[in-house]
Design a binder for this molecule. Structure first.
Ligand SMILES: Cc1ncc(C[n+]2csc(CCOP(=O)(O)OP(=O)(O)O)c2C)c(N)n1
Ligand code: SF4
Ligand SMILES: [Mg+2]
Length: 288
């Protein structure tokens, strides 16, 4: 489809109207993600929010190990690649030496809720002024679909071929609720990529989590319930239905805590300072 590129075309009766444009911060390249994978949706939302808040030039992001390891190829911002699970520790170091930067972490559930449990808990407890994006697809996608701490009871994976059995393998962890109890956490919310309205709400959560950092708050976390059609053995469409059914029953959507920036800014972990001169301060918008 040809889109409007000139005022002359724009005024022509019946001319196509531009209603969406890919943010420049989203790299112009095809991705390695499997068809229907939710990681790409989360990348796009991050690109949109960072653009709307004028953040790309101020951002230092930390990429995970897992399927999103190549996030640095898709988002045109400065990136550091962290060893598996260590993104919050690497981000803490960045925060210490670059107090003016906008610091973003991106992690999967194997990364954040298994191998990196210690790092995420202590970064949250310290109230690090970091925006953390947690993509929970309930599985180790990259390595062949093994069970993660977030895997549902009864879910079949390559390491739980008969289904996750609580007696043998324990219960799923709602790590966002666990972290939300810590006073260093200014904001914690869970959204989903399952359909367009939910994607809109997820975007509003990501925006709020970015604004918390811009305005000098503490740790801000957004969990995005996502799919892994390949690891789940489903079609992309089936995986979205599954997300809207059993997954959301186990992981309820919504804002879990929002302590407000003023409260967190006086607490521990915000010694790096309030809003930086280099990062623009933007008023919060209501949820989509
Ligand atoms: C220290 C270490 N242990 C294990 C691995 C192997 N490994 C790479 S990715 C991965 C799982 C990633 O799962 P998740 O974080 O949920 O990301 P997804 O691929 O599902 O998005 C594992 C176990 C590794 N790279 N480094
Ligand atoms: S294995 Fe799963 S998480 Fe990884 S790219 Fe494919 S669908 Fe996405
Ligand atoms: Mg995963």
């Amino acid at each position: 489809m040809t889109l409007n590129r000139s005022p002359e075309l724009a005024t022509r009766p019946g001319a196509p109207r531009l209603i969406y444009r890919k943010p420049d911060v989203l790299a112009d390249r095809s991705t390695h993600y499997c068809p229907g994978c939710g990681h790409g949706i989360v990348h796009r939302l991050l690109a949109e929010v960072m653009t709307e808040l004028d953040l790309p030039a101020h951002t230092i992001a930390v990429a995970p190990v897992g399927c999103a390891v190549f996030a640095y190829d898709y988002l045109n911002v400065d990136f550091v690649e962290a060893p598996h699970g260590r993104a919050p520790a690497v981000a803490t170091g960045i925060r210490r030496v670059r107090p003016e930067a906008f610091v973003l972490t991106y992690q999967g559930d194997g990364d954040l809720a298994a191998i990196g449990t210690a790092e995420i808990v202590h970064a949250a407890a310290r109230g690090e002024r970091i925006t953390a994006i947690f993509v929970n697809n309930g599985i180790y996608g990259m390595t062949g679909g093994q069970m993660a701490p977030t895997t549902l009871l009864g879910q079949k994976t390559t390491s739980s071929p008969s289904g996750r059995d609580a007696a043998l393998m324990g219960y799923p962890i709602r790590i966002t609720e666990m972290l939300a109890q810590l006073p260093g956490v200014t904001y914690a919310a869970r959204g989903s990529i399952a359909d367009a309205p939910l994607i809109g709400k997820l975007k509003a959560m990501i925006k709020r989590a970015c604004l918390v950092q811009i305005e000098g708050g503490g740790f801000a976390l957004v969990e995005a319930l996502s799919n892994c059609p390949v690891g789940w053995g489903m079609t992309p469409q089936e995986s979205l239905e599954h997300l809207k059914g059993p997954v959301v029953e186990a992981y309820p959507l919504g804002v879990i805590v929002d302590r407000g920036v003023a409260v967190a800014a006086s607490g521990a972990g915000t010694a790096a300072g309030g809003p930086s001169a280099a990062v623009p301060v933007v008023a919060a918008e209501p949820e989509a």
